[in-house]
Structure formats: C-alpha cells, structure tokens
Design a protein around this ligand. Structure first.
Ligand code: NAD
Length: 474
C-alpha cells in the first residue's frame, strides 16, 4: 500500500505507527500516512523559522519563479494527482457538469500561476516639502495553514501560494480525512523550494490545535467549519496571531418568477449539487417564487433521478460518495429531521445500500425556515426548496441566518436582480450563477462565515504586515 510521508525541513518524515486513508467509495484503506503529533509541529516550526530569513530575503520575482516552477511540476504530475484526489475524496475524475478531480487539479495549477502574478507595490501616500510617506508590505513570518477535506488540493494552493509569494514560510496541516494529495503536493514542491519553506504535518484536531496555539507561528489561515474556526481563534489569541478564517456557509439562492424553469433548472441543480453539495459556497437553501415553484422542483427532480452515483474512477459516474462517514451521518440526520417535520421528498432521502458513503441527490419540498435542514449547513447532496410569494420576505429569510458566505438572485431582469442581490448579507453575491470564484476577485465570509479575504491583492495583503515609513524633510 502506498505510503505518503510528512515533509519537514525538506525531509520525508515517517512514524513507526501509520494511519490508513479511506477511499470513501469503498470504505477501504488505500494508502497510509504517518501519525503526526505536536512534536512534529514543533519540529516544523523550528525548520520554518530557520528558513524564513533566506526565503523572505529573496525578491518577489525570485519567489514568483519558484511558484511558476511548482505549477509546471504539478502539471507534469496531473494524471497521478487527479487519480489520487478521486481515491481520497470520492469525487469523480470528470463527473456531473465537469466539476471533478480533473477540474480541481487543473484549477489549482491555474490558481497558482495567477496568484504568482499578484503584486503589492510600495504606495507613496505623501511626497512634498515636509515628508515622504511610504507604505510597504512585509512578510509576517511563519504562517500556519489548516485545510478541510472538500477541495484539499485547491484550498492548499489558496493558502500556500500567497503566503509563499509574500515571503512567509509555512507549517501546514491537511484534513485527517484527505492528507494524501497534499502530502504528495508537498513532496513535489520540495524539489523547488528550499528546505523548511513548506512543511506539511498530518493529524486531526490535536495537531491542528498545536498549530493554532503555537507561540512561534505568526498567522493562521484556516478553512473549515465555523465551530472549529472559533476554537482556532481562541487558541490564536495567545500570541495575537493574524487570522484569515474561511468558514461554513448556508447560501441562499432566490429565484424570481420571470425565469424559464426548464432553462434554469440545470443551472440551479449544478449550483446546489456540484461536488455533492460539499462546497462552502454551494446553494444550501433555495427560495423559489410560488408561480414557478412546482415546475422548478419537478425539473430539478428529473435531473436528480438521472444522476448516476458511483465510484469516481468509473467514467460513467456523475456524483461520487460523500467524503466521510461523519458527513454522511450529518446529512442522514438532517433528512430524518425534515421527514419528521412533514417535508416532502421528491427524490432520495436515504443512504444508498452497499459499501461506501453514498447518498443520492435529494430534493426536499414543503419545508420552511425553522427546520434544521434549512437553518443549518447540510454540506451534502440534499437541498430544501422553499416556496415564497413576497420577495422582501424571501430576502429577509435569506438574511435571517448566522452564516454570510454567498447568495444569489436568479432572474431575467438583470437591473432589478442586481439591486436585490446587493441586499443579501454575504461576502459574495451573484446574479444568475453561484459559487463562481476566480483568483483575482476577493472571497471572504461575513457574520459567522469568516474573517478576512483570500485571492487577488486583498488575499496577498493578508499574508503581510504593513510597515509605514515616514522620512521627515524638515
Ligand atoms: P472542520 O472544521 O471539521 O475541519 C477543518 C480542519 O480543522 C481539519 O484539518 C481539522 O483537522 C482541523 N481541526 C479540527 N479541530 C481543530 C482544532 N480544535 N484546532 C485546529 N484545527 C482543528 O471542517 P471540515 O469538516 O473539514 O470542512 C467542512 C467545513 O468547511 C464546512 O463548514 C464548509 O462550509 C467549510 N468550508 C469553508 C470554505 C470557505 O472558503 N469559506 C471552504 C471550504 C470549506
């Protein structure tokens, strides 16, 4: 069985005992990783601290070149990384709407290249007879990165590329559910980065907590659930670490009565169910106007029934399993609660028999706010479709949630939709699409969906400290 070592100070580090990595399509172990501990975090921090002076002293052009080389190396290793990602996440190689592991690997490479081009030039905010004032961005030091299991490679690149470009060194931890692709990525990166610049340790909450509270780590970038985000924030307060927190969402999509149900249903389905709903910015609550409610629900149910669930390595598969048993249990529990509350299930609703963590795409109607499936983040292939008659009320309900990640309005009247969408309380809003993100546009949650931003110069700036230089001329 393949074994993926940790990378600390440029060395491959194994432990006597190993942990199996589960393929969620079968429930079997397909690879082994070491048992990381807080001692490995300490070792990684020592290495990252030692590497910091050399790495931060390079100019940005030199660091950019390393990132381009790394992107090229990922491209060379694309077939291997794609298969590995499918085996550990369950997502199909291509899959429904082409949003599978191929897209994730290719997207990660493109993200790395676009991020590498980002600039944070020195700003001169005054230069007159009295003084010259310059604003410089300087690296923070050691960045601790903690990532989730839904887009393991992509989110690792979101964390690592801007941190490295800004001149920081990294101590990173992938999710314990999906460590393999990230460890392989670190092994590839090790050929291009000096020892200690990118260290990847593995483990669960304990290892994550060791990173979050470490006295010699200067910033944490964390992507995961809001509850864990709060724990990270508490731990990080010990030495006032800088924080970027990308947390859970409960995105609402609101469909106006002027759309063509047949035309829009596939787009809505994709926005709800891509990656099996395991995307922070998937639509997790769909509000549909009463005039088209039945038709939209019917069309979406037709698509749901046509979906082929299966092993992601099989070309015919549209959607794979959920990534882990814990998430399958959350989805099942929310489905059972909605059933008990009297909701109607147009499709799905039950765990599929056989091995693996399979749950079919499930459309739930006759449901309202106040039900757990609407109020809480399901993070899986089940979506509540809520009927509304008054748009102001739909917007009020959409905003009446502690999450504030994304939201969308679907309409043929772009002018009206643009006005409405600005009333949604979330970090990103879309008209006639959802969850479309790109490396040059900032992304971040408001309310309990996060703190700070990723991507573009906004994301790069979060990996720096500002230093203001005033040169007096009098
Ligand atoms: P999670 O919070 O359970 O775990 C995330 C990471 O935190 C894992 O690496 C885990 O080992 C680590 N961790 C757990 N306890 C810790 C602790 N006490 N201290 C430090 N680290 C700890 O989340 P998950 O189940 O892996 O991911 C799903 C969640 O992530 C969903 O809520 C989803 O919306 C969110 N998410 C958000 C974004 C975004 O950009 N906003 C993107 C993807 C996922």
């Amino acid at each position: 069985m393949e074994v993926f070592p940790m990378i600390i100070d440029g060395q491959k580090v194994m432990t006597h005992e190993t942990v199996g990595v589960i393929n969620p399509a079968t429930g079997d172990h397909f690879a082994q990783v070491p048992t990381g501990t807080s001692q490995h975090v300490d070792d990684a921090v020592v290495a990252a601290r030692a590497a910091f002076p050399g790495w931060s002293a390079l100019n940005q052009c030199e660091r950019r070149t390393r990132l381009y080389e790394l992107a090229d190396a990922l491209e060379t290793n694309m077939p291997e990384l794609t298969t590995l990602l499918t085996r550990e996440t369950g997502k199909p190689i291509n899959g429904y709407s082409g949003i599978g592991s191929s897209r994730e690997v290719l997207g990660s490479i493109k993200w790395m290249r676009v991020t590498a081009e980002t600039e944070l030039p020195v700003q001169v905010i005054q230069d007159d007879e009295l003084a010259r004032i310059e604003v410089h961005h300087k690296p923070i030091g050691i960045v601790g990165s903690i990532t989730p299991w839904n887009w393991p490679l992509m989110i690792a690149v979101w964390h690592y590329a801007p941190a490295l470009l800004a001149g920081n060194t990294l101590v990173a931890k992938p999710s314990e559910f999906t460590p393999a692709t990230t460890l392989r990525f670190a092994e590839i990166a090790n050929d291009f980065l000096p020892p200690g610049v990118l260290n990847v340790v593995v483990g669960g909450a304990e290892v994550g907590a060791a990173i979050a509270e470490h006295a010699d780590i200067n910033k944490i970038v964390f992507t995961g659930s809001s509850d864990t985000g709060r724990a990270v924030m508490r731990a990080a307060s010990k030495n006032l670490k800088r924080l970027t927190l990308e947390l859970g969402g409960n995105d609402a999509g609101i469909v106006l009565p002027d759309v063509d149900p047949k035309e829009i249903a596939p787009k809505l389905f994709r926005a709800c169910f891509h990656n099996n709903g395991q995307t922070c910015q998937a639509i997790k609550r769909l509000y549909v106007h009463q005039d088209i409610y039945q038709e939209i629900c019917g069309e979406m149910a037709l698509i749901a029934r046509s979906i082929r669930n299966g092993n992601g390595l099989d070309d015919a598969t549209d959607l794979g399993p959920l990534q882990n048993e814990k998430q399958l249990n959350i989805v099942s529990e929310l489905a059972a609660d909605a059933k008990a509350a009297g909701a109607t299930f147009l499709t799905g609703g039950e765990v599929l028999e056989g091995s693996g963590y399979f749950f079919p795409p499930t459309i739930v109607t006759n449901i309202n706010d106040g039900t757990r499936l609407v109020d809480e983040e399901q993070f899986g292939p089940i979506v509540p479709v809520i009927e509304y008659s008054d748009i102001d009320n739909a917007i009020r309900l959409a905003n009446n949630n502690s999450a504030g990640l994304g939201g969308s309005i679907w309409s043929n009247n772009l002018h009206y939709a643009t006005k409405l969408v600005a009333r949604l309380e979330c970090g990103t809003v879309w008209v006639n699409t959802h969850a479309e993100i790109q490396p040059n546009a900032p992304m971040g949650g408001i309310k309990q969906s996060g703190i700070g931003y990723e991507f573009g110069h906004w994301g790069l700036a979060e990996n720096t400290n500002i230093q203001t230089i005033k040169i007096s001329k009098v």
